[in-house]
Design a protein around this ligand. Structure first.
Ligand SMILES: Nc1ncnc2c1ncn2[C@@H]1O[C@H](COP(=O)(O)OP(=O)(O)OP(=O)(O)O)[C@@H](O)[C@H]1O
Length: 259
């Protein structure tokens, strides 16, 4: 069984009078340390799948396991979630925000606290420990959110459009930082994005979803050269535009089908 195994997931949202099938027949085998992206038209179930992987609710059918254990039974801190908004607490300092997960888990080992603070340095935020989130730029806050997510040492990171609210330059820099940080800690990541370029630049594999219900429509594996590059360098690799075009075409055909 793979590290993170998604086995035949179906999910229907029920209300009193409606039933909306958001996901059908989703299976994936995700290796430890790999970076995968979910791409697809709006409403194809990307966020639903991330929520199910996070164990936030159970799918109508199917099973997701992390190292052989159903995700609902896995310690919640094994799976970290990073969202478009940073959700830092405005009344807490950056240091307090970053170490919050450790406090919640009642982990009082000073080594864990100093590791969490060195993560802040690793994401380039040394010196901001005593500052409050509103004193930082959007990109800096997302870096603090990354440090906070990593501080509890999760095995899997779920990233739901974490760069989409940032300006282009900040986004490119943060893509490199996230990619390098996750690689250095051998973390496994699942990214939801609408940005084809970002998916190509950051991922080992891209799952393109179709909608109504959400299904895996195509799988793209990045070549080894691209996989071993930083996202910024990957965007300048000769194979990048070709890949971009082919994914764009597939995505266009899906969007067209919906009209
Ligand atoms: N709580 C809910 N109750 C009912 N239907 C829902 C609920 N959440 C999502 N849906 C529906 O399930 C489908 C998948 O939604 P989801 O948010 O997972 O898609 P998505 O691919 O993440 O979309 P987007 O790219 O727009 O963020 C959509 O048709 C949506 O309307």
């Amino acid at each position: 069984m793979s590290f993170l195994s998604i086995q035949d997931i179906h999910h229907t949202y029920f209300t009193k009078s409606t039933a909306k099938t958001a996901l059908a027949s989703i299976s994936m085998d995700i290796e430890e340390g790999s970076f995968i992206s979910l791409l697809g038209p709006s409403g194809c179930g990307k966020t639903t799948l991330l929520s199910i992987i996070a164990g936030l609710f159970n799918p109508t059918q199917g099973l997701i396991t992390l190292e052989g254990q159903p995700v609902q039974d896995v310690n919640k801190h094994m799976i970290g979630y990073m969202l478009q908004q940073d959700y830092l607490f405005p009344w807490k300092t950056i240091e307090e925000n970053v170490t919050l997960g450790l406090k919640i888990q009642k982990k009082n080992d000073p080594k864990l606290f100093s590791d969490a603070l060195s993560l802040l340095a690793e994401v380039g935020l040394q010196g901001t420990e005593k500052q409050y989130p509103k004193q930082l730029s959007g990109g800096m806050r997302q870096r603090a959110a990354l440090a906070r997510t990593l501080a509890v040492n999760p095995k899997v990171l779920l990233l739901d459009e974490p760069f989409s609210a940032l300006d282009y330059q900040t986004k490119l820099k943060l893509e490199d930082l996230v990619s390098e940080t996750l690689k250095s800690f051998n973390k496994t990541a699942v990214l939801v994005t609408h940005d084809i370029g970002e998916a190509i630049a950051m991922s080992d594999r891209i799952y393109l979803f179709s909608a109504n219900p959400g299904r895996i429509f195509k799988v793209f594996d990045m070549n080894e050269e691209l996989r071993n590059m930083t996202p910024f360098a990957a965007r300048n690799h000769p194979s990048f535009p070709t890949l971009f075009q082919s994914i764009w075409k597939e995505l266009e055909s899906l969007e067209y089908d919906r009209q």
